[in-house]
Design a protein around this ligand. Structure first.
Ligand SMILES: NC(=O)c1ccc[n+]([C@@H]2O[C@H](COP(=O)([O-])OP(=O)(O)OC[C@H]3O[C@@H](n4cnc5c(N)ncnc54)[C@H](OP(=O)(O)O)[C@@H]3O)[C@@H](O)[C@H]2O)c1
Length: 368
């Protein structure tokens, strides 16, 4: 049941960088969502951060109490990846809707368990693929899928940043590292652009000397899709920030940069190049987190299934797991073909004004 104004009441689970820097300010931009609780292990956040937004705070150990409190309709889960299932599954089983950060979980088994919990209770589950609601991304995906540059054949992307050695991403192995943190952006983009799934996975990794990370820090992935389409992407935690992709069709090319980022100054922009003619499109900066939250709350209030569902989350994790096996074995991994998924739809785009981000409480920016 929403609050007295008809707004969906959220608890934030994990008060880290993305919660403080994007979700919490973004909720204030929506017309249909409100925060009522914070789940944190940090007493400073329990005081400072909860007070700033007028939230009741809970410790992780009291999560079940929160679920039974009647104070929330939904949770936004932004813990490190290895703790996603720990909070998503009980929330869904308790009938609480879940907006879950990417990657959905750190194994396919965890994804399937989360999906089973959603099916059992009927509570809604959405994976936080914020770009599915960003107007520029929705527009270019639609144009590419309608065939403006011909039959789509090749996708090529680079996404890099220098991640701080003290961040948990640097210390917790493959399922916290660059492939599963940055990789979902190009991977999810190309799966949606091609409207098909990879059937073959190749991966090569290097470890930059002197970088204190316990998994490869720079990884190149090549995917063969059905109908002889190909995608490559390179992700790194040890190279200056860069992001973008090129999509080649039989009649032309789409170049996108910035393509995956968010926040102040990040306006998703792209060029369509056909027969030497270039059309440039730049979309205004929007509050991507406000947009995705507004969309998810709409789904809850109108009882619609979100498009970025647990199946979408599992399909990405299935590929991430194959990349891990390819890196460990040095061998090509084959994946079962799967039926196409519906496209991101026009009416999913949301254009909310970007919120101002308040000062962080006890949190470091991973690539700051
Ligand atoms: N969609 C996006 O654009 C986007 C961007 C960045 C990250 N993400 C995803 O969001 C999630 C969180 O990323 P983040 O950048 O916000 O990370 P972060 O800054 O490290 O924050 C994670 C928070 O989780 C809590 N936590 C609980 N158990 C923890 C543990 N064992 N170790 C460390 N922290 C723990 C902490 O909050 P308390 O101190 O409050 O307990 C911590 O501040 C990840 O799944 C990531 O992939 C998504």
């Amino acid at each position: 049941m929403p609050d007295a104004q008809g707004k969906v009441r959220y608890a934030v689970v994990g008060g880290g960088w993305i919660s403080q820097g994007a979700f919490m300010p973004g909720v204030g931009q929506t017309s249909n969502s409100v925060m009522t609780a914070l789940v944190t292990g940090d007493p400073q956040k329990a005081d400072g951060l909860a007070a700033k937004y007028g939230l009741k705070s809970y410790r992780y150990e009291a999560f079940d109490q929160l679920l039974a409190s009647g104070e929330i309709d939904a949770v936004y889960i932004a813990t490190p990846n290895f703790r996603h299932r720990e909070f998503a599954e009980p929330a869904l089983l308790a009938g609480i809707h879940v907006l879950l950060e990417k990657p959905m979980a750190t194994s396919e088994a965890d994804c399937l368990a989360i999906n089973a919990a959603a099916r059992k209770s009927g509570a809604k589950l959405m994976i936080a693929y914020r770009l599915h609601f960003e107007p520029g991304t929705v527009e270019l995906t639609d144009r590419a899928r309608r065939g403006e540059i011909g039959d789509l054949r090749l996708f090529s992307s680079v996404y890099t940043q220098v991640t701080h050695p003290s961040n948990h991403r640097m210390q917790s192995g493959y399922w916290a590292g660059p492939v599963v943190d940055l990789g979902p952006y190009p991977l999810n983009a190309v799966r949606n652009l091609f409207a098909s799934e990879p059937v073959e996975v190749h991966a090569v990794a290097v470890q930059t000397p002197g970088r204190p990370i316990n998994t490869p820090d720079t990884v190149n992935v090549t995917l063969r899709f059905t109908e002889e389409r190909m995608a490559t992407f390179t992700v790194s935690y040890s190279l200056p920030a860069s992001e973008g992709f090129q999509l080649f069709g039989t009649q032309g090319e789409i170049q996108v940069s910035p393509s995956f980022g968010l926040g102040e100054g990040v306006a998703i922009a792209y060029k369509v190049i056909i027969d030497g003619e270039t059309e440039t499109r730049q979309h205004p900066v929007v509050d991507q987190f406000g947009g995705e939250t507004e969309y998810f709350s709409d789904c809850i209030l109108k009882n619609r299934l979100p498009s970025a569902d647990g199946e979408e989350g599992w399909r990405d994790v299935r590929v991430l797991a194959a990349i891990e096996r390819a890196l460990e074995s040095g061998e090509v991994q084959r994946l079962e073909p799967l039926p196409a998924r519906p496209s991101v739809k026009h009416d999913q785009a949301r254009s909310l004004t970007l919120a101002k981000v308040p000062e962080f409480v006890n949190t470091e920016v991973p690539n700051g």
